[in-house]
Design a protein around this ligand. Sequence first.
Ligand SMILES: Cc1cc2nc3c(=O)[nH]c(=O)nc-3n(C[C@H](O)[C@H](O)[C@H](O)COP(=O)(O)OP(=O)(O)OC[C@H]3O[C@@H](n4cnc5c(N)ncnc54)[C@H](O)[C@@H]3O)c2cc1C
Length: 312
Amino acid sequence: MATEKTPFEKTAVGHQEPIADGDEYIESLRGRGLAVYLLGEKVGEPVDHPMIRPSINAMAATYDLAVEDPVLATAESSISGRRVNRFLHVTESVDDVVMQNRMQRRLGQLTGTCFQRCVGMDTFNSLYSVTFEVDEAHGSEYHKRLKNFIRHCQELNLVVSGAMTDPKGDRSKGPVDQADPDLYTRIVERRDDGIVIRGAKAHQTGCVNSHWIVVMPTIRLRPEDGDYAVCAAIPVEDPGLTFIYGRQSCDHPQHGGRRYRRRECTVFGPGGTDRHRRRLRAVGPSLPVRRDRVRGAAGRALHGLSPAQLRL
Ligand SMILES: Cc1cc2nc3c(=O)[nH]c(=O)nc-3n(C[C@H](O)[C@H](O)[C@H](O)COP(=O)(O)OP(=O)(O)OC[C@H]3O[C@@H](n4cnc5c(N)ncnc54)[C@H](O)[C@@H]3O)c2cc1C
């Protein structure tokens, strides 16, 4: 039913066809040249790393379940007019919410671990209503941009992760009051074609296993925090991103060869120096984000929202 073309050019390493199953998903992650650091070393190909691969296998299970049990793991989307992976679906009914929960339970049974797509699914669902309300209040066009982006992800069957948690620094202070202005991700430049952002995000589940990252604010913001009120989509292969892969007690190969293991990632954007590995902050060149990928409030639009709405 939707005829409007998405404004996104070739993204997610040049995909033109929807990813069909878990094997194709795993192949889609190869050759992206990501700057991933783990245990102090730069990782050559994350897909083949023995500590990273199990989490990729768990994500692949979300694709395979959609093939094996489409009633459970896919849904009809009115955004693209297609049957889409349920993790890319904005719920449209009570039944959708129930099925979402059943699918997650089934994947928990199958993998016994985190399958990493829940934050992206929640991101779509929360931004869908927040952008609508922002547009109503401010006459902006974030909702339309978001729908275009969701359609793009549905058409190619991509993985989206949500980057909300900032390093935060002194928790008693707001973003603009921190000694280091980069402790919360912020807009450092506004251009005709978009914005440039800079900062870091922490504890991000499955970011190197995704195709897109959606950056969102992490705490209640005040008018003076305007540069920090930013929500935008970034392709994971963007050269401005550096990923520091986190450790878990169960993650080393010597502790067993299970197919799925749980682990979380930390993403720092942008730059990639020794300093990144030692300190919880990001420095270095800033990251441009095209205007059509900005989902919220470059400026004042989010200020009217409640803390609950901003905690996406
Ligand atoms: C398994 C796992 C997966 C995750 N996946 C993601 C993900 O995909 N994307 C993402 O963005 N994040 C993710 N996170 C991060 C998660 O959202 C954060 O850890 C969480 O929001 C808490 O933030 P924090 O760690 O900075 O803790 P803090 O903000 O430091 O909070 C620590 C404690 O201090 C308290 N506290 C904080 N500030 C104050 C204050 N001013 N006054 C009094 N008390 C205070 C808090 O209530 C809490 O009890 C993940 C975390 C885990 C554990």
